[in-house]
Design a protein around this ligand. Structure first.
Ligand SMILES: *Cc1c(COP(=O)(O)O)cnc(C)c1O
Length: 399
């Protein structure tokens, strides 16, 4: 029996593995000893943290990076290794938050302030071996997380003292780039220099951490001097270019598709969707696509968003609603159950997440990350699987 889908996100794990291997190779062109941290925060940018983390590790990612300690804990609970040699690192948390479970699970936290250092010290006894491994973060210009260069020496001294007492171990120094996606942006060279100075300050205080890490995906691809010991790649791993231009070596991993729920003929001058902002110009066939902004389709993409239906690119008729939108198919033959590809790698003529981002006035990071929990994820390209084509027809969604 075949089962029709409403909507699903197909995640190609083979594409993720390819992207990880390629990004690692790029990093190692700059530093042959460089390692890669797969950034799987926000449920791996909507792709599913656990399967993506497993795929990234298979492809050679040493470390996993998340925003919150809870995200790190969930990876450990799912069986992913969090050790000194294969770390899981979490960089966004509030002093006073209960970090003990994450520390006890071996998740390495990032510390930007004396308050955060005190919190880790308090929880350190719970850590494996009674000693918490942490990373110190410096703000080299982004103006977001991290200690300012003025405050950093005191933080470093406190951390070095705690390390000498055996309570913690500083295993990393990190910072984050603001504008590595812009070609030749002077802020990046400034940040690289500031990061080098911060590393020297830490070394002078007796710290010699294993990982110095600065680069995100655009830093890895465009700024070899930002590679240091470890690169933290998110968007590139999902196959999406962080730049204005495409990066042909990156293979987009997510395909968002739906099945046509209803087809009907309507006369000329029929309004479509809320506000009746779209009117048919002649008698035509409308197709109802059962996915909307509650699923993460950006309403703001409005009339500029396109989908692939019946092998043809088509615009969206009228407003995107919470759960659905309509496509005007004219005289073309369209049937209930026909596949609608909202976005994918673009190899079958479908739009990409980047095109949707342009239509919505945002970035592709936001398009994939906001695909909501209502959309089931289906994984293909696992090494144990037979190869499965993506976007190759509706029976692919059958079970
Ligand atoms: C999200 C994030 C990254 C990954 O950035 P990409 O541009 O997706 O590669 C790296 N480092 C930090 C601190 C982040 O928050």
């Amino acid at each position: 029996m075949t089962t029709q889908i409403r909507a699903e996100a197909v995640i190609d794990l083979a594409a993720i593995e390819h992207n990880v291997r390629w990004l690692l190779q790029v990093a190692r062109n700059s530093n042959p000893a460089a390692e890669l941290m797969a950034v799987v925060k926000a449920d791996a940018y909507g792709h599913g943290a656990v399967p993506v983390a497993e795929a990234a590790r298979r492809a050679g990612a040493l470390a996993l990076g998340v925003a919150t300690p809870g995200e790190g804990l969930a990876l450990v609970a799912a069986g992913l290794e969090a050790t000194a040699d294969r770390p899981i690192v979490a960089w966004l948390w509030v002093p006073g938050q209960d970090i003990r479970p994450a520390i006890a699970a071996g998740v390495q936290l990032v510390v930007s302030s004396p308050l955060q250092l005190a919190a880790v010290l308090e929880a350190a006894g719970q850590a494996p071996g009674g000693r918490a491994d942490l990373h110190l973060k410096i703000d080299t210009g982004l103006g977001r997380g991290g200690s300012t260069p003025a405050d950093f020496p005191a933080l470093v001294n406190d951390a070095a003292r705690a390390q000498r007492r055996g309570r913690i171990r500083v295993v990393g120094l990190m910072s984050h780039l603001a504008s590595a996606d812009l070609p030749d942006d002077g802020s990046v060279t400034d940040q690289i220099s500031a990061f080098r100075r911060a590393c020297a300050v830490a070394e002078a205080a007796g710290l010699n951490p294993r990982w110095r890490h600065l680069a995100n995906t655009p830093g890895t691809l465009a700024w070899p001097a930002a590679t240091f010991d470890l690169v933290r790649c998110g968007i590139g791993m999902y196959g999406i270019s962080p730049f204005e231009h495409e990066v042909p070596d990156l293979l987009p991993a997510m395909t968002l598709r739906a099945g046509v729920a209803l087809v009907k003929r309507v006369p000329a001058d029929h309004g479509v969707s809320y506000g009746l902002t779209y009117r048919t110009t002649q008698e035509t066939t409308l197709a109802l696509v059962p996915i909307g902004y509650a699923d993460g389709i950006p309403r703001a993409a409005g009339a500029r968003g396109q989908v692939l239906l019946g092998g043809t690119r088509r615009g969206i008729a009228g407003r995107i609603a919470m759960d659905q939108f309509v496509v005007d198919c004219g005289e073309d033959a369209v049937a209930v159950g026909d596949e609608v590809i909202i976005f994918g790698p673009g190899t079958s003529g479908e739009p990409t997440a980047t095109e949707w981002a342009d239509a919505a006035g945002t970035i592709a990071y936001e398009i994939v990350t906001r695909i909501s929990v209502r959309v089931p994820r289906r994984y293909v390209g696992h090494p144990a699987d037979d190869p499965v084509p993506i976007g190759g027809g509706m029976d692919e969604g059958s079970t």
